[in-house]
Design a protein around this ligand. Structure first.
Ligand code: NAD
Ligand code: TYD
Length: 343
C-alpha cells in the first residue's frame, strides 16, 4: 500500500511513521506543515528508507492534496495533522477550526475524489467531554466537547461520519485517550514536568491536581490505528485506551520520584478554564472486534519515556530555547494565565 500520513512530524505521527516502516512493507508519504509542533528531528533515520518520503505542506491546500494523492497513488490515509494542545485552543481557537475542521473536510473531499480506499481519522476521547468519578466513555457516549480543541476534533470526527453516511466513503474513526512516550512536545503534561524537574524549575499543577487521565503508551496507540486501517469496518468508531487512570498530582509525584527530585518543585497554579475532570475509556469494542489490547504497562512505559527524555536532552532543550519559550512565558510567567498560585 501507499499510505499518506498527515501530521507525521508531530508526536504520535512520527511514532506512527516509524511503526509503519518497522512493521510493514508499505510506502509512507508524510505530509506535514511543520508548525511549531512539527519537527523533522522526530524522524531522524527515516529519510534513508526508500519507502519513506516527506512533503512539507498544508492539509488545507487543496491543489497540493490533489496532485499528491494522484502522483503518489495513495491507497490509504492516516490523518493525524491537527492543532493538538488544549491550552493553546483557549488562547486562540481560530487555527483549531481552520486546521482541524476545515483541513479535515478538504482532506476528506480530496481523498474521496482520488478514490482512496481507506481513511483513518485519528480523533480523541476529548470529544466526549468530562466524566464524573464513575463510568467510562463508550462509542455510544454523547459527544460533549468542552474546549475549543475538543470541539474542533468533534466537528472533524462528525464530518468523517457524514462522509461515510452520505457518500459511502470508507472512513474509520479512532478515539484515543492521552498518549505518552518519546517525541512528545514539551508543552504536554509528562514531558513538560520531566523537563522542568531536570532543570529545577517549578512543576505547574493546574487547580487541585486531582483531574484524572487514562494514559496509553504511544506505540500501543499506533498499533490500534494500524489495525483499524487494515481490519476496521468502514464507518466504525473505535475507542482506544490504556485502562490506566492516574490523577495528575499522583503522576507528577511519580515522575519526581523516578527522577530523584523532591516534591517541593510542585507548584499549584490557576486551573485551566473548562478543565475536564476525568477521562476513562471503555476499549471493549476494539478488543472484541480487532483483538487489540495495550501491551506496555504504565510503570514500564513511564520508565522508558523518562529514559528517552534523559537520553535526548538536546532534542527538548533545542525546542525549549525557541518559539516555545515565548509561549511558556505567556502561559506560566508573571501575569500569565497560570502565572500565579491557585486560588
Ligand atoms: P502534535 O501537535 O504533536 O502534532 C501535530 C502535527 O500536525 C505537527 O507535526 C504539525 O506540524 C502538523 N500540522 C498541524 N497543522 C497542520 C496542517 N494544517 N497541515 C499539515 N500538518 C499540520 O500532535 P499529537 O499529539 O501527535 O496528536 C496527533 C493527532 O492525534 C491529533 O489529531 C490529535 O488530536 C490526536 N490525538 C492525540 C492524543 C494525545 O494524547 N496526544 C490523544 C488522542 C488523539
Ligand atoms: P495535557 O497534557 O495538556 O493533555 P489533555 O489536556 O489533552 O488531557 O494535560 C494533561 C492533564 O494535565 C490535564 O488535566 C491538564 C494537566 N496539566 C497540568 O496540570 N499542568 C500543566 O502544565 C499541563 C500542560 C497540563
Amino acid at each position: 500500500m501507499n499510505i499518506l500520513v498527515t501530521g507525521g512530524a508531530g508526536f504520535i505521527g512520527s511514532n506512527h511513521v516509524r511503526y509503519l516502516l518497522d512493521h510493514t512493507q508499505d510506502r509512507v508519504v508524510n505530509l506535514d506543515l511543520l508548525t511549531y509542533a512539527g519537527n523533522l528531528e522526530n524522524l531522524a533515520g527515516c529519510e534513508d528508507d526508500p519507502r519513506y518520503r516527506f512533503v512539507r505542506g498544508d492539509i488545507r491546500d487543496r491543489e497540493l492534496l490533489r496532485s499528491l494523492l494522484q502522483r503518489e497513488s495513495i491507497d490509504a490515509v492516516v490523518h493525524f495533522a491537527a492543532e493538538s494542545h488544549v491550552d493553546r485552543s483557549v488562547e486562540g481557537p481560530e487555527v483549531f477550526v481552520t486546521t482541524n475542521v476545515l483541513g479535515t473536510e478538504i482532506l476528506l473531499e480530496e481523498a474521496r475524489a482520488a478514490q482512496v480506499g481507506r481513511f483513518v481519522m485519528v480523533s480523541t476521547d476529548e470529544v466526549y467531554g468530562s466524566l464524573g468519578s464513575e463510568g467510562f466513555f463508550t462509542e455510544e457516549s454523547p459527544l460533549a466537547p468542552n474546549s475549543p480543541y475538543a470541539a474542533s476534533k468533534a466537528a472533524a470526527d462528525l464530518l468523517c461520519r457524514a462522509f461515510f453516511k452520505t457518500f459511502g466513503f470508507p472512513v474509520i474513526v479512532t478515539r484515543c485517550s492521552n498518549n505518552y512516550g518519546p517525541y512528545q512536545f514539551p508543552e504536554k503534561l509528562i514531558p513538560l514536568m520531566i523537563a522542568n524537574a531536570l532543570e529545577g524549575k517549578p512543576l505547574p499543577v493546574y487547580g487541585d491536581g486531582l483531574q484524572v487521565r487514562d494514559w496509553l503508551y504511544v506505540e500501543d496507540h499506533c498499533r490500534a490505528i494500524d489495525l483499524a486501517l487494515r481490519k476496521g469496518r468502514p464507518g466504525a468508531v473505535y475507542n482506544v485506551g490504556g485502562g490506566n487512570e492516574q490523577r495528575n498530582l499522583d503522576l507528577v509525584r511519580m515522575l519526581l520520584d523516578r527522577l530523584g527530585k523532591g516534591p517541593e518543585l510542585i507548584t499549584f497554579v490557576q486551573d485551566r478554564p473548562g478543565h475536564d475532570r476525568r477521562y476513562a475509556i471503555d476499549a471493549s469494542h476494539i478488543r472484541a472486534e480487532l483483538g487489540w489490547a495495550p501491551t506496555v504497562d504504565f510503570a514500564a512505559g513511564l520508565a522508558r519515556t523518562i529514559d528517552w527524555y534523559l537520553a535526548n536532552r538536546a532534542w527538548w532543550e533545542k525546542i525549549r530555547s525557541g518559539e516555545y519559550t515565548a509561549y511558556y512565558e505567556k502561559m506560566y510567567g508573571a501575569g500569565g494565565r497560570h502565572g500565579g498560585d491557585a486560588g
